[in-house]
Ligand binder design. Structure first.
Ligand code: 9MR
Length: 374
């Protein structure tokens, strides 16, 4: 940027001047130019999360909604910091097929248009889940439910065929107590085979998309997590043995900044190795750190949240099969936690990498440092 201007200014020195004087003038012009260029330049841009992640063969993503993106500051932050977006809510069954056969892609299509315009990818979330289902789906008897699932996957995955790098095909299929599969309407009406059927149908609709089973509560060191991991591994091994299309697992990673959830991740690297041994990629799909039980003071909360980000990233970043880290929102203003798990004192939570004004905070620096180290 500076070189052409510099050359142009230096060449105006008349060649007829004595050598020594010419040299002095050249030095003075170059020095003055250097000074003004230095003053005109913006301060060196801070590294972005996507930039740091990409340098390490990873992608950084953020969950967004159209409503959140009405804030120009957030639009800018998401485009600068992320390489990928995922619709937080607007690509779920209740919005896409509210009435049987009446598909409406307008909201997720707008998100895809935003992603395209900013040079970002968009991944799909989510196809077969027990929540955010329209009432008409919940009322269907088994054979019709299976047909509705087939139509839904064919239509929705087909609509985005070749455009989304990955899909959360089955969301949260493991029971909370880790005893086996979740006793959802899918399991109760279609039997355990609903998972294989959903994956096979998604593969038929878009053979290029990486297919993912997305689950929460797999990150910590407690006994409940250990049971849930075993149930998850059992499911994955069965799917592998039967040759069902499956490319990756999603670890949601809704973490906690105190004892009501995981804050240490000692056993996580070995679990990731077990997943990798099944020839699966690993995606962190919904990362955030709930500060609900922490005292009100912001510096203290921010420090504790940053520490959990640091401990979690130190556990997952060395795993070579880790391909993506997505946070569930990007700035604190957009977190789902204020609506779903509000703090008792009514203060807004601070669970995400940037604060409510889209500014960096302690977690930002910790995440940057972790990515720099990988
Ligand atoms: O953040 C999402 C919130 O806005 C939705 O309305 C809610 C509906 O249950 O789902 C939230 O996202 C969930 C995600 O789709 C699956 N994993 C858990 C997330 C938080 O509940």
């Amino acid at each position: 940027m500076t070189a052409p201007g510099r050359t142009a200014r230096v060449t105006v020195v008349p060649l007829s001047l004595p050598m020594r004087r010419r040299q002095l003038i050249v030095i003075a012009v170059v020095a003055a130019l250097g000074w003004s260029v230095a003053r005109a330049l913006p301060p060196p841009a801070a590294p972005t999360l996507q930039g740091l992640a990409a340098a390490r063969g990873l992608r950084w993503g953020s969950a967004v909604t159209n409503d959140q993106l009405r804030d120009p500051g957030l639009r800018r932050l998401v485009s600068e910091q992320s390489g990928l977006i995922v619709p937080e809510s607007e690509l779920k069954w209740d919005g896409v097929e509210a009435a049987p056969g009446r598909f409406d892609f307008s909201a997720p299509d707008r998100l895809l248009a935003f992603a395209r315009a900013q040079g970002l990818a968009m991944r799909g979330h989510t196809l077969v889940w027990h929540e955010q289902l329209p009432a008409w789906v919940k009322a269907l008897p088994p054979a019709e439910l299976d047909r509705a699932m087939a139509t839904y996957i064919r239509t929705v995955v087909g609509h985005y065929r070749g455009q989304l790098p990955s899909w959360d095909v089955v969301n949260e299929p493991i029971a909370d107590d880790g005893t086996g599969l979740r006793r959802s309407l899918w399991l109760e009406r279609l039997g355990p085979d609903y998972i294989a059927r959903a994956l096979t149908r998604a593969h038929q609709a878009d053979p290029q998309a990486a297919l993912v089973i997305n689950e929460y509560g797999l990150e910590g060191d407690d006994a409940k997590t250990a049971r849930k991991r075993q149930a998850f591994l059992t499911l994955l091994r069965q799917l592998r043995q039967s040759g069902v299309p499956l490319n990756a697992v999603g670890l949601q990673a809704h973490l906690y900044a105190n004892g009501s959830g995981p804050t240490t991740f000692r056993t996580l690297p070995a679990f990731l190795r077990e997943l990798a041994a099944l020839d699966l990629d690993i995606l962190v799909t919904e990362l955030d750190v709930n500060d609900r039980e922490l005292p009100a003071a912001i510096p203290e909360r921010d420090r504790a949240v940053a520490a959990v980000y640091g401990a979690f990233l130190a556990a997952v970043l060395p795993e070579p099969r880790l391909k993506l880290i997505t946070t569930w929102g990007l700035s604190d203003r957009t977190t789902w936690l204020n609506a779903f798990m509000p703090r008792a004192d009514g203060l807004p939570q601070r669970p995400l990498p940037f604060d409510e004004d889209n500014r960096p905070k302690a977690a930002t620096a910790t995440i940057q440092a972790a990515l720099e180290k990988r």
